[in-house]
Write a protein that binds this ligand. Sequence first.
Ligand code: URA
Length: 213
Amino acid sequence: MSHTDRHLTVVTHPLVQHKLTLMRKSDTSTASFRQLLREISLLLAYEVTRDLPMTTTRIDTPMQPMDAPAIEGKKLALISILRAGNGLLDGILELIPSARVGFVGLYRDPETLKPVEYYFKVPKGLGERLTIAVDPMLATGNSSVAAIDMLKKAGAKDIIFLCLLAAPEGVARMKEAHPDVPIVTAALDEKLDDHGYIVPGLGDAGDRMFGTK
Ligand code: URA
């Protein structure tokens, strides 16, 4: 259940949309926000793995042997863009427990406003893996573009960017910098405000999931 062009897929499944509405509400508690994010991440993981290559494997059912469908074994790497990416990561790992996991940490230099790397640790052999980079909010796109730059420099070739909310500005920036990286999101919101927050949005995803602020 999705609307898609080649670069952007919006997951319109009713469960995703309903849960997202609950997450947006300003009176939703930290505990509920976290639980909803976990549930949505399972549903988004379903969508983002939709095109994994398939094969068959010979098995015995209690009735007879059969050639049964199975994922071909393309290795996966999940990359969390810190810190809010961790909220999406946990649910996806529940569905794909064998995936390798990496982390990218970036902060915004207060003077240049450019993203600066403070942590980078990714699995070996990124070039042979489907690499799913996760960050709930695609806002200006500056940190997402920088994170994808770093992943490509580390060898990643087959990358999908998974988020919860995207702003048109961030989608455009990603499309310009990384046209080969499809984006999967639960919603495309209206715009950014003057502080780079997505509106109508849900506020600061990290603060809401970790109860900081
Ligand atoms: N990051 C957030 O957490 N929220 C936004 O609206 C934009 C960036």
